[in-house]
Design a protein around this ligand. Structure first.
Ligand SMILES: [Zn+2]
Length: 92
């Protein structure tokens, strides 16, 4: 009877853990690499003003008067609408 040879030799837990930590370190560093090209692209994209705003309709209205009347309301959509006009006032 031939003895089955295992191709993956089981290593001690300590070594396996060290390998896992090394792999993690390498991955973390690889993810935070910054290059000249990336910096330039990021600056260029920043000029576009960031992520576009979500439409107000995607915020739920719980007060039922956001779309009809003006005035400050305290529902999610009302707060968002107020914040947007606030931003406009700040920038002008
Ligand atoms: Zn509302």
């Amino acid at each position: 009877m031939a003895t089955k040879r295992s191709t993956t030799k089981k290593l001690p837990k300590k070594i396996l853990l060290e390998r896992k930590q090394n792999r993690r370190e390498i991955t973390v560093r690889a993810g935070s690499v910054s290059t000249e090209t990336k910096a330039r692209a990021s600056a260029e994209n920043g000029k576009k003003g960031g992520r576009p705003e979500k439409p107000l309709e995607s915020y739920p209205c719980t007060c039922g008067q956001c779309d009809s009347g003006q005035g400050k309301t305290n529902c999610p959509r009302g707060r968002r609408a107020y914040y947007r006009t606030y931003k406009l006032r700040q920038s002008s």
